[in-house]
Write a protein that binds this ligand. Structure first.
Ligand SMILES: NC(=O)C1=CN([C@@H]2O[C@H](COP(=O)(O)OP(=O)(O)OC[C@H]3O[C@@H](n4cnc5c(N)ncnc54)[C@H](OP(=O)(O)O)[C@@H]3O)[C@@H](O)[C@H]2O)C=CC1
Ligand SMILES: CC(=O)[C@@H](O)[C@H](O)COP(=O)(O)O
Ligand SMILES: [Mn+2]
Length: 389
Protein backbone atom coordinates (compact mmCIF):
# COMPACT_ATOMS: atom_id res chain seq x y z
CA UNK A 1 0.00 0.00 0.00
CA UNK A 2 1.39 3.43 -0.94
CA UNK A 3 2.12 5.55 2.13
CA UNK A 4 0.39 8.91 2.46
CA UNK A 5 2.70 11.82 1.59
CA UNK A 6 3.11 14.48 4.25
CA UNK A 7 3.32 18.01 2.95
CA UNK A 8 6.42 20.06 3.84
CA UNK A 9 6.18 23.42 5.48
CA UNK A 10 7.81 26.41 3.76
CA UNK A 11 8.48 29.99 4.85
CA UNK A 12 9.20 32.58 2.18
CA UNK A 13 11.31 35.54 3.29
CA UNK A 14 10.68 38.21 0.65
CA UNK A 15 7.50 36.66 -0.77
CA UNK A 16 6.38 39.90 -2.46
CA UNK A 17 9.50 40.17 -4.64
CA UNK A 18 10.37 38.63 -7.97
CA UNK A 19 11.80 35.40 -6.46
CA UNK A 20 9.08 35.32 -3.79
CA UNK A 21 6.27 35.49 -6.33
CA UNK A 22 7.90 32.78 -8.48
CA UNK A 23 8.36 30.62 -5.37
CA UNK A 24 4.68 30.85 -4.49
CA UNK A 25 3.83 30.05 -8.09
CA UNK A 26 5.84 26.83 -7.74
CA UNK A 27 4.16 26.12 -4.37
CA UNK A 28 0.75 26.57 -6.04
CA UNK A 29 1.74 24.32 -8.92
CA UNK A 30 3.01 21.56 -6.63
CA UNK A 31 -0.13 21.75 -4.51
CA UNK A 32 -1.09 21.60 -0.84
CA UNK A 33 -0.15 17.95 -0.59
CA UNK A 34 3.48 18.96 -1.30
CA UNK A 35 3.88 22.30 0.51
CA UNK A 36 2.00 24.25 3.11
CA UNK A 37 2.98 27.82 3.91
CA UNK A 38 4.15 28.79 7.41
CA UNK A 39 5.22 32.44 7.20
CA UNK A 40 5.44 35.05 4.46
CA UNK A 41 7.38 38.31 4.68
CA UNK A 42 7.46 41.47 2.59
CA UNK A 43 8.13 45.12 3.19
CA UNK A 44 6.26 47.89 1.35
CA UNK A 45 3.83 45.89 -0.78
CA UNK A 46 1.19 45.26 1.88
CA UNK A 47 -1.64 44.57 -0.56
CA UNK A 48 0.26 41.73 -2.24
CA UNK A 49 1.52 40.33 1.07
CA UNK A 50 -2.03 40.20 2.47
CA UNK A 51 -3.35 38.61 -0.73
CA UNK A 52 -0.60 35.96 -0.62
CA UNK A 53 -1.17 35.27 3.09
CA UNK A 54 -4.89 34.75 2.50
CA UNK A 55 -4.43 32.76 -0.71
CA UNK A 56 -1.85 30.40 0.76
CA UNK A 57 -3.43 30.23 4.21
CA UNK A 58 -0.20 31.36 5.89
CA UNK A 59 0.09 31.19 9.66
CA UNK A 60 2.10 34.41 9.95
CA UNK A 61 2.56 37.49 7.73
CA UNK A 62 5.33 39.99 8.44
CA UNK A 63 6.19 43.38 7.01
CA UNK A 64 9.78 44.50 7.51
CA UNK A 65 8.51 48.08 7.60
CA UNK A 66 7.32 48.77 11.16
CA UNK A 67 5.34 51.81 10.04
CA UNK A 68 3.13 49.51 7.93
CA UNK A 69 2.15 47.16 10.79
CA UNK A 70 -1.36 48.58 11.15
CA UNK A 71 -1.95 48.46 7.38
CA UNK A 72 -1.09 44.76 7.35
CA UNK A 73 -3.13 44.10 10.49
CA UNK A 74 -6.16 45.81 8.89
CA UNK A 75 -5.70 43.95 5.62
CA UNK A 76 -5.73 40.60 7.44
CA UNK A 77 -8.40 41.41 10.03
CA UNK A 78 -10.74 38.50 10.69
CA UNK A 79 -8.55 35.90 8.96
CA UNK A 80 -6.83 34.50 12.05
CA UNK A 81 -3.45 35.02 10.36
CA UNK A 82 -0.88 36.36 12.85
CA UNK A 83 0.78 39.64 11.95
CA UNK A 84 4.18 41.04 12.93
CA UNK A 85 6.57 43.75 11.76
CA UNK A 86 10.16 44.95 11.78
CA UNK A 87 13.39 43.07 12.40
CA UNK A 88 11.91 41.09 15.29
CA UNK A 89 8.98 40.09 13.05
CA UNK A 90 11.39 38.82 10.37
CA UNK A 91 13.23 36.76 12.99
CA UNK A 92 9.91 35.39 14.27
CA UNK A 93 9.06 34.30 10.71
CA UNK A 94 12.49 32.71 10.24
CA UNK A 95 12.22 30.86 13.53
CA UNK A 96 8.79 29.39 12.83
CA UNK A 97 8.81 25.66 12.44
CA UNK A 98 9.16 25.35 8.65
CA UNK A 99 11.46 22.67 7.25
CA UNK A 100 12.35 24.82 4.24
CA UNK A 101 13.01 28.55 4.13
CA UNK A 102 13.27 30.44 0.85
CA UNK A 103 15.69 33.33 1.48
CA UNK A 104 14.53 35.93 -1.05
CA UNK A 105 14.87 39.26 0.75
CA UNK A 106 17.01 41.63 -1.29
CA UNK A 107 20.36 42.80 0.09
CA UNK A 108 22.06 42.57 3.47
CA UNK A 109 18.68 42.98 5.15
CA UNK A 110 18.23 39.27 4.40
CA UNK A 111 21.27 38.12 6.38
CA UNK A 112 19.93 38.18 9.98
CA UNK A 113 16.62 36.37 9.29
CA UNK A 114 18.29 33.80 7.02
CA UNK A 115 20.88 33.13 9.71
CA UNK A 116 18.12 32.65 12.28
CA UNK A 117 16.50 30.04 10.03
CA UNK A 118 19.87 28.34 9.40
CA UNK A 119 20.71 28.21 13.10
CA UNK A 120 17.52 26.40 13.97
CA UNK A 121 18.28 23.75 11.32
CA UNK A 122 15.96 24.66 8.45
CA UNK A 123 16.96 23.77 4.90
CA UNK A 124 17.83 27.07 3.22
CA UNK A 125 16.90 27.70 -0.41
CA UNK A 126 19.25 30.60 -0.95
CA UNK A 127 18.42 33.33 -3.46
CA UNK A 128 19.87 36.07 -1.24
CA UNK A 129 23.47 35.93 -2.50
CA UNK A 130 24.44 38.71 -0.07
CA UNK A 131 24.42 36.15 2.81
CA UNK A 132 27.40 34.39 1.24
CA UNK A 133 29.10 37.49 -0.13
CA UNK A 134 29.09 39.24 3.25
CA UNK A 135 29.34 36.41 5.76
CA UNK A 136 31.11 33.84 3.54
CA UNK A 137 32.33 30.72 5.32
CA UNK A 138 30.70 31.82 8.59
CA UNK A 139 27.31 31.56 6.89
CA UNK A 140 28.14 28.13 5.40
CA UNK A 141 29.26 26.97 8.86
CA UNK A 142 26.05 28.27 10.45
CA UNK A 143 23.96 26.19 8.05
CA UNK A 144 26.15 23.11 8.63
CA UNK A 145 26.03 23.58 12.39
CA UNK A 146 22.23 23.94 12.30
CA UNK A 147 22.04 20.66 10.38
CA UNK A 148 20.03 21.89 7.38
CA UNK A 149 20.92 21.80 3.69
CA UNK A 150 22.15 24.82 1.74
CA UNK A 151 20.33 24.77 -1.60
CA UNK A 152 21.49 27.37 -4.14
CA UNK A 153 18.73 29.22 -6.00
CA UNK A 154 20.77 31.83 -7.89
CA UNK A 155 20.52 30.44 -11.43
CA UNK A 156 24.28 30.07 -11.98
CA UNK A 157 24.91 28.37 -8.64
CA UNK A 158 21.85 26.21 -9.02
CA UNK A 159 23.23 25.15 -12.42
CA UNK A 160 26.59 24.24 -10.87
CA UNK A 161 24.80 22.42 -8.03
CA UNK A 162 22.85 20.41 -10.62
CA UNK A 163 25.94 19.23 -12.51
CA UNK A 164 28.50 18.91 -9.71
CA UNK A 165 28.38 15.33 -8.45
CA UNK A 166 29.52 15.07 -4.83
CA UNK A 167 31.54 11.92 -5.61
CA UNK A 168 33.42 13.77 -8.40
CA UNK A 169 34.43 16.79 -6.37
CA UNK A 170 38.02 15.53 -6.21
CA UNK A 171 38.17 16.02 -10.00
CA UNK A 172 36.62 19.50 -10.02
CA UNK A 173 38.97 21.90 -11.82
CA UNK A 174 36.94 25.08 -12.30
CA UNK A 175 33.49 26.56 -12.44
CA UNK A 176 32.56 28.75 -15.39
CA UNK A 177 29.88 31.26 -14.45
CA UNK A 178 27.94 32.66 -17.37
CA UNK A 179 27.07 36.36 -17.53
CA UNK A 180 24.59 37.93 -19.92
CA UNK A 181 26.66 41.12 -20.02
CA UNK A 182 23.50 43.10 -19.23
CA UNK A 183 22.00 45.94 -21.27
CA UNK A 184 25.38 47.70 -21.63
CA UNK A 185 27.39 44.73 -22.86
CA UNK A 186 28.47 46.58 -25.99
CA UNK A 187 28.57 50.13 -24.54
CA UNK A 188 31.75 52.16 -24.26
CA UNK A 189 32.67 53.72 -20.90
CA UNK A 190 31.61 57.10 -22.34
CA UNK A 191 28.18 55.72 -23.21
CA UNK A 192 27.77 54.19 -19.75
CA UNK A 193 28.72 57.40 -17.95
CA UNK A 194 25.30 59.03 -18.42
CA UNK A 195 22.84 56.12 -18.23
CA UNK A 196 19.86 56.36 -15.87
CA UNK A 197 18.45 53.73 -13.52
CA UNK A 198 15.42 53.40 -15.80
CA UNK A 199 17.65 52.30 -18.71
CA UNK A 200 19.97 50.22 -16.52
CA UNK A 201 17.12 48.17 -15.05
CA UNK A 202 16.08 46.75 -18.44
CA UNK A 203 17.70 43.33 -18.40
CA UNK A 204 17.90 41.67 -21.84
CA UNK A 205 16.80 38.18 -20.71
CA UNK A 206 15.56 38.01 -17.12
CA UNK A 207 12.64 39.63 -15.33
CA UNK A 208 13.99 40.47 -11.84
CA UNK A 209 13.84 42.99 -9.00
CA UNK A 210 15.18 46.53 -9.49
CA UNK A 211 18.46 46.17 -7.59
CA UNK A 212 19.68 42.90 -9.08
CA UNK A 213 18.73 44.17 -12.55
CA UNK A 214 20.93 47.24 -12.16
CA UNK A 215 23.67 45.06 -10.62
CA UNK A 216 23.53 42.96 -13.78
CA UNK A 217 24.04 46.10 -15.86
CA UNK A 218 27.18 47.09 -13.90
CA UNK A 219 28.19 43.42 -13.62
CA UNK A 220 28.26 43.83 -9.83
CA UNK A 221 25.78 40.95 -9.91
CA UNK A 222 28.45 38.76 -11.48
CA UNK A 223 31.00 40.09 -8.97
CA UNK A 224 28.74 39.00 -6.11
CA UNK A 225 28.19 35.65 -7.82
CA UNK A 226 31.94 34.98 -8.10
CA UNK A 227 32.30 35.42 -4.32
CA UNK A 228 29.09 33.44 -3.75
CA UNK A 229 30.49 30.51 -5.80
CA UNK A 230 33.79 30.54 -3.92
CA UNK A 231 32.06 30.02 -0.58
CA UNK A 232 29.28 27.71 -1.76
CA UNK A 233 31.57 25.26 -3.51
CA UNK A 234 34.78 25.76 -1.51
CA UNK A 235 36.81 27.09 -4.45
CA UNK A 236 40.03 29.06 -4.78
CA UNK A 237 39.70 32.44 -6.56
CA UNK A 238 41.54 30.93 -9.56
CA UNK A 239 38.89 28.23 -9.94
CA UNK A 240 36.15 30.83 -10.48
CA UNK A 241 35.87 31.87 -14.14
CA UNK A 242 33.35 34.15 -15.84
CA UNK A 243 32.30 34.00 -19.48
CA UNK A 244 29.91 36.41 -21.15
CA UNK A 245 27.08 34.50 -22.82
CA UNK A 246 24.50 37.02 -24.05
CA UNK A 247 21.61 34.55 -24.56
CA UNK A 248 21.44 33.31 -20.91
CA UNK A 249 20.63 29.76 -22.05
CA UNK A 250 23.64 28.05 -20.44
CA UNK A 251 23.29 28.96 -16.76
CA UNK A 252 26.82 27.87 -15.81
CA UNK A 253 29.32 25.06 -16.24
CA UNK A 254 31.70 22.83 -14.32
CA UNK A 255 35.09 21.85 -15.73
CA UNK A 256 36.73 18.59 -14.59
CA UNK A 257 40.36 17.46 -14.56
CA UNK A 258 39.73 15.10 -17.52
CA UNK A 259 38.83 18.07 -19.73
CA UNK A 260 35.07 17.45 -19.58
CA UNK A 261 32.80 20.45 -19.18
CA UNK A 262 29.24 19.87 -17.91
CA UNK A 263 26.60 22.55 -18.36
CA UNK A 264 23.00 23.12 -17.30
CA UNK A 265 20.74 24.75 -19.89
CA UNK A 266 17.20 26.05 -19.86
CA UNK A 267 14.98 28.97 -20.78
CA UNK A 268 15.60 31.95 -18.49
CA UNK A 269 12.86 31.29 -15.93
CA UNK A 270 13.76 31.21 -12.22
CA UNK A 271 11.04 28.68 -11.47
CA UNK A 272 13.36 25.91 -12.71
CA UNK A 273 16.09 26.79 -10.19
CA UNK A 274 13.53 27.47 -7.45
CA UNK A 275 11.73 24.17 -8.10
CA UNK A 276 15.01 22.24 -8.11
CA UNK A 277 16.00 23.72 -4.74
CA UNK A 278 12.54 23.09 -3.29
CA UNK A 279 12.28 19.48 -4.40
CA UNK A 280 15.95 18.42 -4.12
CA UNK A 281 17.03 15.65 -4.50
CA UNK A 282 13.92 14.97 -6.58
CA UNK A 283 12.87 16.96 -9.61
CA UNK A 284 9.55 18.73 -9.93
CA UNK A 285 7.42 18.80 -13.07
CA UNK A 286 7.12 22.50 -13.88
CA UNK A 287 5.10 24.51 -16.42
CA UNK A 288 8.11 26.44 -17.78
CA UNK A 289 8.88 26.97 -21.45
CA UNK A 290 10.97 24.15 -22.93
CA UNK A 291 14.14 24.85 -24.88
CA UNK A 292 13.56 24.37 -28.61
CA UNK A 293 17.00 23.82 -30.09
CA UNK A 294 15.72 24.25 -33.63
CA UNK A 295 14.80 27.84 -32.72
CA UNK A 296 18.07 28.68 -30.96
CA UNK A 297 20.00 30.33 -33.74
CA UNK A 298 23.27 30.54 -31.81
CA UNK A 299 25.02 30.49 -28.45
CA UNK A 300 27.70 33.20 -28.20
CA UNK A 301 30.60 33.61 -25.80
CA UNK A 302 32.88 36.58 -25.11
CA UNK A 303 35.69 37.27 -22.65
CA UNK A 304 34.56 39.63 -19.86
CA UNK A 305 35.99 43.16 -20.04
CA UNK A 306 37.25 44.23 -16.61
CA UNK A 307 38.06 47.75 -17.82
CA UNK A 308 34.48 48.55 -18.75
CA UNK A 309 33.14 46.41 -15.88
CA UNK A 310 35.58 46.94 -12.97
CA UNK A 311 33.21 45.15 -10.56
CA UNK A 312 34.72 41.86 -11.78
CA UNK A 313 38.21 42.99 -10.85
CA UNK A 314 36.94 44.11 -7.43
CA UNK A 315 35.40 40.68 -6.85
CA UNK A 316 38.74 39.03 -7.58
CA UNK A 317 40.42 41.45 -5.17
CA UNK A 318 37.86 40.63 -2.46
CA UNK A 319 38.28 36.88 -3.01
CA UNK A 320 42.08 37.09 -2.93
CA UNK A 321 42.17 39.29 0.17
CA UNK A 322 39.52 37.15 1.88
CA UNK A 323 38.40 38.07 5.40
CA UNK A 324 35.56 40.61 5.49
CA UNK A 325 36.32 42.06 2.05
CA UNK A 326 33.11 40.56 0.64
CA UNK A 327 31.10 42.40 3.30
CA UNK A 328 33.00 45.59 2.52
CA UNK A 329 32.47 45.28 -1.23
CA UNK A 330 28.78 44.52 -0.81
CA UNK A 331 28.06 47.17 1.85
CA UNK A 332 29.74 49.93 -0.17
CA UNK A 333 28.07 48.76 -3.37
CA UNK A 334 24.59 48.73 -1.78
CA UNK A 335 24.99 52.36 -0.66
CA UNK A 336 26.30 53.41 -4.08
CA UNK A 337 23.49 51.52 -5.81
CA UNK A 338 20.82 53.29 -3.68
CA UNK A 339 22.47 56.61 -4.56
CA UNK A 340 22.41 55.73 -8.26
CA UNK A 341 18.74 54.71 -8.11
CA UNK A 342 17.94 58.01 -6.35
CA UNK A 343 19.85 59.95 -9.01
CA UNK A 344 22.55 61.13 -6.59
CA UNK A 345 25.48 59.44 -8.28
CA UNK A 346 26.49 58.17 -11.71
CA UNK A 347 26.51 54.62 -13.05
CA UNK A 348 30.30 54.34 -13.24
CA UNK A 349 30.75 56.02 -9.86
CA UNK A 350 29.28 52.93 -8.16
CA UNK A 351 32.47 50.94 -8.85
CA UNK A 352 34.72 53.93 -8.07
CA UNK A 353 33.15 54.38 -4.63
CA UNK A 354 33.26 50.65 -3.91
CA UNK A 355 36.94 50.50 -4.83
CA UNK A 356 37.79 53.52 -2.64
CA UNK A 357 36.07 51.93 0.37
CA UNK A 358 37.78 48.59 -0.29
CA UNK A 359 41.14 50.39 -0.31
CA UNK A 360 40.32 52.23 2.92
CA UNK A 361 39.24 49.03 4.67
CA UNK A 362 41.79 46.67 3.09
CA UNK A 363 43.45 45.85 6.42
CA UNK A 364 40.33 44.98 8.41
CA UNK A 365 40.96 41.68 10.23
CA UNK A 366 39.06 38.53 9.26
CA UNK A 367 35.71 38.01 10.98
CA UNK A 368 35.66 35.68 13.95
CA UNK A 369 31.93 36.17 14.47
CA UNK A 370 28.87 37.55 12.72
CA UNK A 371 29.28 40.74 14.77
CA UNK A 372 32.53 41.39 12.88
CA UNK A 373 30.68 40.91 9.58
CA UNK A 374 27.95 43.37 10.56
CA UNK A 375 30.60 45.84 11.82
CA UNK A 376 32.50 45.68 8.49
CA UNK A 377 29.23 46.16 6.59
CA UNK A 378 28.33 49.20 8.74
CA UNK A 379 31.76 50.79 8.33
CA UNK A 380 31.74 50.23 4.55
CA UNK A 381 28.31 51.89 4.35
CA UNK A 382 29.48 54.85 6.43
CA UNK A 383 32.52 55.45 4.22
CA UNK A 384 30.55 54.98 0.99
CA UNK A 385 27.94 57.50 2.17
CA UNK A 386 30.78 59.96 2.95
CA UNK A 387 32.16 59.60 -0.59
CA UNK A 388 28.75 60.26 -2.08
CA UNK A 389 28.51 63.37 0.08
N1 LIG B 1 15.01 38.11 -9.20
C1 LIG B 1 15.79 37.13 -9.61
O1 LIG B 1 15.53 36.50 -10.66
C2 LIG B 1 16.98 36.71 -8.81
C3 LIG B 1 17.22 37.24 -7.55
N2 LIG B 1 18.28 36.80 -6.81
C4 LIG B 1 18.49 37.36 -5.48
O2 LIG B 1 17.33 37.14 -4.71
C5 LIG B 1 17.10 38.21 -3.80
C6 LIG B 1 15.74 38.82 -4.09
O3 LIG B 1 15.75 39.39 -5.38
P1 LIG B 1 14.41 39.90 -6.08
O4 LIG B 1 13.32 38.93 -5.82
O5 LIG B 1 14.78 40.21 -7.48
O6 LIG B 1 14.15 41.26 -5.29
P2 LIG B 1 12.83 42.13 -5.23
O7 LIG B 1 13.26 43.54 -5.06
O8 LIG B 1 11.93 41.79 -6.34
O9 LIG B 1 12.15 41.61 -3.87
C7 LIG B 1 12.76 41.83 -2.63
C8 LIG B 1 11.91 41.31 -1.50
O10 LIG B 1 12.50 41.75 -0.27
C9 LIG B 1 11.57 42.61 0.44
N3 LIG B 1 12.35 43.66 1.06
C10 LIG B 1 12.81 44.80 0.51
N4 LIG B 1 13.51 45.51 1.41
C11 LIG B 1 13.50 44.79 2.56
C12 LIG B 1 14.05 44.98 3.86
N5 LIG B 1 14.78 46.06 4.17
N6 LIG B 1 13.85 44.05 4.80
C13 LIG B 1 13.12 42.94 4.52
N7 LIG B 1 12.54 42.71 3.31
C14 LIG B 1 12.75 43.62 2.34
C15 LIG B 1 10.62 43.12 -0.62
O11 LIG B 1 9.39 43.54 -0.06
P3 LIG B 1 8.38 44.58 -0.82
O12 LIG B 1 8.46 44.28 -2.26
O13 LIG B 1 7.06 44.25 -0.20
O14 LIG B 1 8.84 45.96 -0.49
C16 LIG B 1 10.49 41.86 -1.47
O15 LIG B 1 9.65 40.93 -0.84
C17 LIG B 1 18.28 39.19 -4.03
O16 LIG B 1 19.28 38.90 -3.12
C18 LIG B 1 18.74 38.86 -5.45
O17 LIG B 1 20.09 39.17 -5.65
C19 LIG B 1 19.15 35.86 -7.28
C20 LIG B 1 18.97 35.32 -8.53
C21 LIG B 1 17.90 35.71 -9.39
C1 LIG C 1 18.56 34.88 -12.85
C2 LIG C 1 19.83 35.12 -12.17
O1 LIG C 1 20.38 34.26 -11.53
C3 LIG C 1 20.46 36.45 -12.29
O2 LIG C 1 21.54 36.56 -11.39
C4 LIG C 1 20.90 36.58 -13.72
O3 LIG C 1 21.86 35.62 -13.97
C5 LIG C 1 21.39 37.93 -14.00
O4 LIG C 1 22.02 37.95 -15.21
P1 LIG C 1 23.46 38.55 -15.48
O5 LIG C 1 24.00 39.10 -14.20
O6 LIG C 1 24.25 37.42 -16.02
O7 LIG C 1 23.18 39.64 -16.47
MN1 LIG D 1 22.37 34.84 -10.98
Amino acid sequence: MASAQHSRSITVLGSTGSIGVSTLDVVKHLGRETFEVAALTGSGNIALLAEQARGFDAKLAVTADESRYNDLKDALAGTGIQVAAGRSGLIEAAEMDAGLVMAAIVGTAGLAPTLAAARRGADIALANKECLVSAGDLFVEAVKHGGGKLLPVDSEHNAIFQVLEENQRHALERVIITASGGPFRTYTLEQMADVTAEVARAHPNWSMGLKISIDSASMFNKALEMIEAKHLFGLTPEQVEVIVHPQSIIHSMVGYTDGSVLAQLGCPDMRTAIGYAMQYPKRASLPVERLDFTKLSRLDFEAPDETRFPALRLARLAMTRGGVQGAVLNGAKEVALEAFIDGHTGFLTMAEITEKVMTELSTLPAASSMDDVFAADTEARRLAAQHIG
